[in-house]
Ligand binder design. Structure first.
Ligand SMILES: Nc1ncnc2c1ncn2[C@@H]1O[C@H](COP(=O)(O)OP(=O)(O)O)[C@@H](O)[C@H]1O
Ligand SMILES: [Mg+2]
Length: 331
């Protein structure tokens, strides 16, 4: 991230130099032909520098995305580990305990079938009932059915997390198209979930079917993740002051004739009037260095502008912050 910034700063420096030359040239007296050549050279160089700047900016966005993914890795691993642990433990019980008993029961049944010296049906019944009870077969079958449902749920959970990460980390260039805003919010939530779940109840209000817009769903997910993490951090601050405080995170996706609207609202500290006009500035942060880089909202604003959208912090009566994002509907 730092090297990207160094590059951008260098580029800005050389653009500044070129502009200086350009101004100096224009002030110099001399023949028109030379001046025209010099202008044309300078403007080609400026165009090339602008292109480089654009490339660096886009690399910076990607680096920002990967860095937020990196800082949330431990939480994601934890979320994956939960279902993994219970699926593994279920499979272990089936393999080490239940399979053995079922095999033994099958052995008894086979013995009964092939036996020639059983005298009555009653005796057969007695042996089979004894084996059923002895090996707790009914209980095993019922428990295995429950375990199978649990395992299915666990695998679905893991699948959702993995596909959330995949769609978040996707290369933006391949990712432009119609994107479902509910999917983009959900993918962000999957990645930030571990940050939120201990501090807040999540309230989802999604229009069905999900509103869509044109753009990059992985970049939009990056915006939503930045807002969700900010909300979680702010509610955590409130919780530090008052452990009884019940955090609430509202995620809304709706649309009208002109706009798709995504709202991310919390009941955390709120943003004081004093800093409201600074929050989108690069590197502006009120957090300790390990919690914030001050790039989250800056990057969010850039991405939303690229999508011809708007992002606004809405004044909330009472406590908390509410960010409202408007994006153009697909014509
Ligand atoms: N939901 C929120 N609640 C309270 N303050 C917020 C919220 N979102 C952003 N802020 C304020 O805006 C600042 C800038 O946010 P951001 O650009 O994401 O940087 P960072 O989170 O790294 O500090 C934060 O440091 C914080 O003061
Ligand atoms: Mg942030």
């Amino acid at each position: 991230m730092k090297s990207e910034l160094d590059k951008i700063i260098k580029l800005l420096g050389s653009i500044d130099q070129k502009l200086q030359l350009f101004t100096d040239d224009s002030e110099m007296e001399g023949n028109d032909e030379n001046q025209e050549k010099s202008w044309s050279n300078t403007s080609t160089e400026i165009a090339s520098l602008e292109k480089k700047l654009e490339q660096s900016r886009s690399r910076l966005l990607h680096a920002g995305k990967m860095s937020s993914l990196g800082s949330l890795t431990a939480g994601i691993a934890h979320e994956l580990n939960n279902p993994l642990t219970w699926v593994k433990s279920n499979l272990q019980i089936i393999e080490t305990k239940y399979m053995d008993r079922l095999q033994k029961f099958v052995g008894v049944v086979e013995k009964v079938i092939s036996s020639e010296d059983l005298e009555s049906l009653d005796e057969v019944r007695q042996i089979l009932t004894g084996a059923l009870n002895n090996y707790k077969i009914k209980y095993i079958v019922e428990d295995m059915r429950d375990m199978s449902v649990e395992n299915q749920e666990g695998v679905e959970k893991m699948k959702k997390i993995v596909s959330g990460i995949k769609s978040f980390a996707r290369n933006e260039d391949e990712d432009i198209g119609e994107c479902s805003l509910v999917d983009a919010v959900e993918s962000a939530l999957t990645i930030g979930y571990n940050q939120v779940k201990y501090v807040a109840e999540i309230i989802k209000e999604y229009d069905d079917p999900s509103p869509s817009c044109m753009g990059s769903s992985s970049k939009l997910s990056q915006v939503f993740l930045n807002l969700i993490v900010n909300a979680a951090q702010s509610m955590q601050l409130e919780k530090n002051k008052d452990p009884e405080m019940r955090g609430k995170l509202w995620l809304r996706v709706k649309s009208n004739d002109e706009k798709v609207i995504v709202e991310i609202e919390d009941n955390g500290t709120g943003v004081s009037k004093r800093i409201r006009n600074k929050i989108y500035l690069p590197f502006f942060t009120t957090k300790k260095s390990d919690a914030g880089t001050g790039l989250g909202l800056h990057i969010a604003k850039q991405i939303i502008s690229e999508h011809q959208g708007t992002i606004n912090l809405v004044d909330k009566k009472g406590k908390g912050a509410k960010f409202v994002i408007g994006l153009p509907v697909i014509e």
